[in-house]
Design a protein. Structure first.
Length: 396
């Protein structure tokens, strides 16, 4: 069937401005609203959560983000799609537990059991994992604990894998984090309060029932995937089936089924491919004033699609992404990525552009750099996923 509606690249960029709350006139109020607008926030780098919210919400401080995560608990860290750590709106957790997280959990269980047996820690790797899982949950029933504390207290979590050769990449890897990964994917344990500064990932672990009190059952797999796809389409639509499959870390079959379950409709895109939107989402969002934004590493907007040419010049990819496809910081002008940003030693945000955006664009980006500098208030963010352009911009 030929799609009856075309959604242009320009319109897709206008949707980013409005639905991703990046245009100043469309910014949101609060952490939960910013998270729901994006479906989920990337959390592999702890600071990404705070900076992604800051880009989309007015009058929100780092303390407000921490309060939403650790006091109100309206948003929760959860390992899910592509074995990536995200911050989910609390109500979306059951969908992930029954679908994307469950898929990764099954893969991890198989991998861990094989590695444990191969390292000689136990003859039966699956039985070892079950025993370690049970011991960890029993300890967490007594109260939260960090990974280091759990390793020190539980003999079931002792041991390392690897480090048997002189290869530089072959280093001993402790097995305790593997157990916690599985517990988190299963929804049995959750990352609780952070033991360090907000820009660092130093979680303490809790039983999910202790952290959330009322814990809903995971959704059926198909229902869970359908809900994730519905949310994704509301945030990122139109997108292709390939975009969805990549974002979900799932299969073509699961994506096709979910698209049918949510009643998605096909639309034509400017590159000649077919995209998908929700049935009530075929209209244009209307005109949007030119806008500027500065987004953190692994921001959900940048990482929302597999095919990004409608907002990113392919020639910029080697400068703004690492070889594994992880995005560094990005600078946006009127719906397109035009460069990146870095901080100096005093915490001042500086632009590093790959395109000439003209005096109006430059001025708007400088306003955002001043806004972000003030928001960070001297805090300097370290980046695991620093891009080539970021590294070049930091050189004296």
């Amino acid at each position: 069937m030929t799609p009856t509606r075309r959604i242009s690249d320009a319109e897709r960029r206008r949707r980013i401005a409005v639905r991703h709350a990046l245009a100043p006139s469309h910014r949101l109020d609060g952490v939960a609203a910013a998270t729901r607008a994006m479906t989920v926030l990337h959390a592999t780098e702890a600071a990404t959560v705070h900076l992604a919210v800051a880009a989309r919400a007015e009058a929100v401080t780092p303390a407000d983000v921490d309060a939403a995560l650790y006091d109100d608990r309206c948003v929760v860290k959860q390992l899910a799609m592509r074995r990536t750590l995200f911050v989910f709106p609390r109500e979306l957790l059951p969908a992930a537990w029954g679908s994307a997280s469950a898929r990764v959990a099954a893969t991890e269980r198989t991998r861990i059991a094989k590695a444990i047996a191969g390292a000689g820690i136990a003859d039966d790797g699956a039985a070892w994992l079950d025993a370690a899982r049970t011991a960890t949950l029993a300890r967490l029933a007594a109260g939260p604990a960090s990974t280091a504390e759990l390793r020190a207290e539980l003999p079931e979590l002792a041991g390392t894998v690897g480090g048997t050769t002189d290869k530089p990449w072959d280093r001993p890897v402790p097995v305790a984090p593997w157990v916690l990964t599985v517990l988190g994917l299963e929804g049995a344990a959750v990352r609780g309060r952070n033991a360090g500064h907000w820009r660092l990932n130093k979680p303490t672990w809790c039983r999910t029932e202790d952290w959330l009190d009322d814990v809903p059952e995971p959704l059926d797999e198909a229902v869970g995937y359908a809900e994730l796809v519905r949310r994704w389409l509301a945030t990122f639509g139109p997108g292709t089936a390939a975009d969805l499959q990549w974002w979900l870390g799932s299969t073509k079959t699961a994506v096709r089924r979910a698209l049918a379950d949510v009643g998605a409709v096909e639309v034509a895109l400017d590159d000649g491919t077919a995209g998908w939107v929700l049935a009530d989402d075929v209209e244009d969002v209307g005109p949007v004033e030119p806008w500027a934004a500065l987004l953190p590493t692994l921001d959900p907007t940048v990482m929302g699609w597999r095919v990004r040419a409608f907002y990113l010049d392919p020639a910029h990819v080697p400068f703004l992404f690492d070889t594994n496809g992880n995005a560094g910081t990005t600078a946006w002008w009127d719906g397109r990525v035009v460069g990146c940003w870095v901080q100096d030693d005093r915490g001042v945000v500086r632009l590093s552009l790959l395109e000439d955006v003209g005096p109006v664009g430059r001025a708007a980006l400088e306003v955002e750099a001043e806004r972000l500098t003030a928001w960070l208030d001297g805090t300097v963010i370290g980046n695991v996923y620093a891009s080539l352009q970021m590294k070049r911009a930091r050189l004296p």
